[in-house]
Design a protein around this ligand. Structure first.
Ligand code: PLP
Length: 441
């Protein structure tokens, strides 16, 4: 029996050892969106199993974040563990230039199969941000190849998030993305207001008109429109009516502008459809996937494009896409991604996401009556409680962990995107903890 066997009683690390590790962490380890040295001590995780994280002090927390929305099947899933081990027994990595392998071939073929429409060509990337870089490079190069260099800007709506490297940052929400700090460095893109809120809200005619007019007016300088379909994630966890995506598809087609959907957060079932584009019944020219692609095991993302985009690039003066990360197509990541996507193949995730959606609706309803709560919204496996002020993160985290739940509130939001394997009790615990956190935050 090993210490990672779930039947072994949890062995807590000594308080001294925890203190030492966290002191070294604060001294040397830069954490996401944090200062250096760090000011808030992170929780030390020893292992994870199913939907639970086990902390070094022996506490267990239900992970309502799915490790930043990626661990959709939970931790240590036998099929994913087996795929990884089996692949490690063959090769962990080989370069992708001049060489290829079955895990990557199978993954690209499956992605081309399961994504909407004509997205037949797949560029494997190391992370979501890199896939957005590649998607943008595809679009810019497409127009250069056709001799239309003037088409080099991007249009998006406010409230978006597309990653932390520079080109993706340029299409993030200007305020959330700190564009003022980066003036003079970031390319200046075109922004329209954020889409009116509400998945089921009536489409706003004035907004539709503004979208259409802006694309038409700037068509000569626009390479592409890039948006997160249906759910804007890290930019504010906002939902919108899929009708706006149909409008974007129509006007971009009419104006000779490419359309990019960033489904890094929404892909693989999170919103109740396998891809959020399916809510609108439209297909973009370029699609980014990431996060849940490997079931949260390893870093991998992909940019997919249509034959039109690929042919355009190949017809140019420089007929190649000059991009090739060292760890491109990593066989371990591809093997575990294949196993993760296979787990979705029988469609049982639909019932799980619907069950989680129902559980969150019921469990979060009492939050609407909490003073300071301005909105409670649920879509698929996403539950959001929005306050009228910045969340007191320390108080919220304490209330959540006291109830055995891990979440990471940000700005004015307490939200969850739990693993699809969360049972009803776990979902109720997450929702109950969110209501409690809203009371103290
Ligand atoms: C997380 C995310 C990214 C960035 O992906 P990384 O793997 O963190 O680089 C880009 N777009 C969206 C919509 C995301 O949610």
């Amino acid at each position: 029996m090993t210490s990672s066997d779930p039947s072994t009683p949890p062995q807590a690390r000594s308080a001294d050892s925890i203190r030492q590790l966290l002191a070294l962490d604060a001294e040397h380890v830069w954490h996401p969106y944090g200062p250096m040295p760090g000011t808030v001590a992170p929780l030390l995780v020893e292992e994870a199993h199913g939907v639970r994280l086990r902390l070094a002090d022996g506490r267990e927390l239900v992970d309502g974040m799915s490790s930043w929305w990626s661990a959709i099947h939970g931790y240590r899933h036998p099929a994913l563990d087996a795929a990884l081990t089996e692949q490690a027994g063959r090769m962990s990595h080989v370069m992708f230039g001049g060489l290829t392998h079955e895990p990557a071939i199978r993954l690209a073929t499956t992605l081309a199969d399961i994504t909407p429409g004509e997205l037949r060509h797949v560029f494997l990337c190391d992370s979501g941000s890199v896939s957005v870089e590649v998607a943008i490079k595809m679009c810019l190069q497409y127009w250069r190849s056709l001799g239309r260099r003037g088409k080099s800007r991007l249009l998006t709506w406010r409230g978006g998030y597309h990653g932390d490297t520079f080109h993706p940052m340029s299409v993030c929400d200007p305020e959330g993305g700190m564009h003022a700090l980066w003036r003079g460095v970031l390319p200046e893109q075109l922004f329209v207001p954020a889409p009116p809120a509400g998945f089921g809200a009536e489409p706003d005619r004035a907004y539709v008109e503004e979208l259409v007019r802006t694309v038409e007016r700037h068509a000569d300088e626009l390479a592409a429109v890039i948006v997160e379909p249906v759910v804007q994630g890290a930019g504010g966890m906002r939902f919108h009516n899929p009708e706006y995506l149909r409008v974007l598809r129509e006007v971009t087609e009419a104006c000779d502008v490419l359309l990019v959907f960033d489904e890094i957060a929404t892909g693989f079932g999170r919103t109740g459809e396998l891809f959020a584009a399916e809510h609108a019944g439209v297909c973009p020219d370029v699609l980014c996937v990431g996060k849940a692609l490997t079931g949260g095991y390893l870093t991998m993302a992909a940019a997919l494009c249509t034959p039109r985009v690929a042919r355009g690039i190949s017809a140019g003066e420089v007929p190649v896409l000059a991009h090739g990360p060292t760890f491109m197509g990593n066989p371990l990541a591809a093997a575990v991604a294949n196993a993760s996507v296979d787990l979705l193949a029988d469609g049982s995730w639909r019932a799980d996401v619907a069950r989680i959606e129902a559980g969150l609706r019921t469990g979060l309803a009492p939050a609407a009556a909490v003073p300071g709560v301005v909105d409670v919204r649920v879509l698929g496996g996403i539950g959001v409680v929005q306050l009228d002020h910045q969340v007191d993160a320390a108080a919220a985290t304490e209330a959540l962990t006291a109830r055995g739940v891990w979440l990471r509130p940000f700005r004015d939001l307490i939200y969850t995107m739990p693993p699809y394997v969360c049972d009803d009790t776990d979902v109720a615990a997450i929702a109950g903890a969110m209501v409690a956190a809203a009371r103290v935050a």
